[in-house]
Design a protein around this ligand. Structure first.
Ligand code: GLN
Length: 483
């Protein structure tokens, strides 16, 4: 049952072959059985069974929609009314959200069931899930390795079939990189496509929620529910939401694929380069044409990203002051002591590092040299993509320079960790949509293919991913022990 697609599960529900309560219980049992992966922070068992019961009534009355009665799990960055919402931090370990994020509201309205809240890097800062207050998550493909981050719990849970699909968020790669390392399909939509309301902010000009699933078809079903304008989010895009399933089967004849030479450098593991080449060759068989393109400022993406993301996070995280909500230190001597000890005791090392870097970059004497400069670089990078996407329909390349690395391998070396995002952060700086789809195994570890499209080209990306998944079976491979 856990290997079935969302549309297959939906059909089984509508045909009354199984009830949503049974399906939900099945996944809850599986989550318990594989608790050692540490992919969940909170399992919302009681709520899930209540939602499943309500979904069964909708199904009985013939009013079911595509996700009605389907169990899903949510990254613990999305506020859920009455449910502990931690963002992977000790700061919010005691925080029960008083409202639903728009994404959660939309899933609820669609009749989906929430199995629980998924582990993640603290405040979504990280590429390995090791910065979580709740501990590292194991990659089901090799439990000594990381699942990637920051949506590491989401990727591990989907890969291990503990949930049919999940939500994630991507500020600099946090949907795509863990999707690649865990062998699942992840889509970071265009900035503004999905509401950020109730999604705890890391770097507001970059943050974007998106679906993480096993196939492009399942991702399309989730995106259909998640996407849309929201007046509660001032950067939400007022654009109609297309039918993401309608274009999945469009043939790829004449598709123009661009390969940026800057993606294929010595930093890239040669086995990953080979897997990407094999995938591109498959696209040629499907009728695509391939052309070299250039992103000349790509090498500036990591430094620009880490200045901008840190600057924005230092501003966003100032709200955690020990006064209004979240952690408060014991017996503060005065207000300054309350602020400093609450923040000092509840934020982890990586979060503190980013707040310090960001505050420095925004300070009066350094603003022009760092923050303003980084914003100018950001424009150059967007222009590079604009130029490349005027020559081709999509850009393809690697998602991550390596496959899943060992737990502990990079956690002491922030620069090495930041370089995990070398292929992903530029896409966030430009606000473009990007996808990772499974495209091979190297030493039994998954490799992702990166597909980057023009603004609001999500339907096209899903179509391109789906056509590949039609002729290959990397996306159906299951980590050994989780079959
Ligand atoms: N790894 C990147 C960072 O630490 C991206 C994280 C993300 O996309 N949330 O900032």
């Amino acid at each position: 049952m856990h290997n079935q697609s969302i549309s297959e599960l939906g059909q089984a529900l509508r045909d009354k072959k199984i009830s949503s309560v049974e399906l939900t219980q099945y996944f809850l049992d599986r989550i318990k059985r594989h608790a050692s992966l540490n992919s969940f922070i909170t399992v919302t068992e009681e709520l899930a069974l209540q939602q499943a019961q309500a979904a069964d009534q909708l199904l009985a009355s013939g009013q079911a929609r595509a996700l009605t009665g389907i169990p899903l799990a949510q990254k613990d960055i999305f506020c859920m009314n009455g449910v502990k919402t931690t963002c992977g931090s000790k700061m919010l370990d005691n925080f029960i959200a008083p409202y639903d994020a728009t994404v959660i509201k939309q899933f609820n309205a669609a009749g989906a069931v929430t199995l629980g809240k998924l582990n993640m890097d603290e405040f979504a800062m990280g590429s390995s899930n090791e910065t979580s207050f709740y501990g590292a998550v194991q990659n089901p493909w090799n439990t000594d390795t990381v699942p990637g981050g920051s949506s590491g719990g989401s990727a591990a849970a989907v890969a291990a079939r503990l949930t049919p699909a999940a939500s994630g968020t991507d500020t600099g790669g946090s949907i795509r990189q863990p999707a690649a390392l865990c062998g699942i399909t992840g889509l970071k939509p265009t900035y503004g496509r999905i509401s950020r309301y109730g999604m705890i902010a890391y770097a507001s000009s970059l943050d974007q929620g998106g679906p993480m699933a096993r196939s492009a078809e399942d991702a399309a079903l989730l995106l259909q529910v998640m996407a849309g304008f929201d007046e509660k989010d001032s950067t939400s895009a007022d654009q109609p939401v297309p039918d993401y399933l309608a274009e999945l089967n469009k043939p790829l004849q004449g598709l123009k694929i661009g390969l940026p030479q800057e993606f294929f450098t010595a930093d890239l593991d040669s086995d990953i380069a080979a897997a990407v080449e094999t995938a591109v060759a498959e696209y040629k068989k499907l009728g695509a044409e391939v052309k070299d393109v250039s992103l000349p400022n790509l090498k500036l993406a990591i430094p620009a990203y880490y200045v901008i993301a840190s600057a924005e996070c230092s501003a966003n995280l100032s709200r955690f002051d020990g006064v209004r909500f979240g952690y408060r230190c014991d017996n503060p001597e005065d207000l300054t002591d309350l602020y400093t000890r609450s923040r000092g005791e509840a934020f982890g090392q990586e979060v503190k590092r980013r707040i310090l870097m960001g505050t420095y970059a925004l300070s009066a004497g350094y603003y022009d040299a760092y923050y303003l400069k980084a914003q100018k670089v950001r424009r150059l990078i967007s222009n590079d993509f604009k130029q490349a996407l005027s020559e081709v329909d999509v850009i393809m390349g690697p998602v991550s320079p390596s496959t899943a690395f060992a737990i502990g391998e990079k956690s002491g070396d922030p620069i090495q960790m930041y370089l995990s995002d070398i292929y992903t952060v530029a896409v966030n700086l430009a606000g473009l949509p990007g996808m990772s789809i499974p495209a091979g195994l190297v030493d039994n570890k998954p490799v992702g293919l990166h597909i980057i499209g023009d603004y609001f080209a999500e339907a096209r990306l899903l179509n391109i991913a789906h056509q590949y998944q039609h002729v290959t079976d990397w996306h159906t491979q299951c980590p050994p022990g989780f079959e």
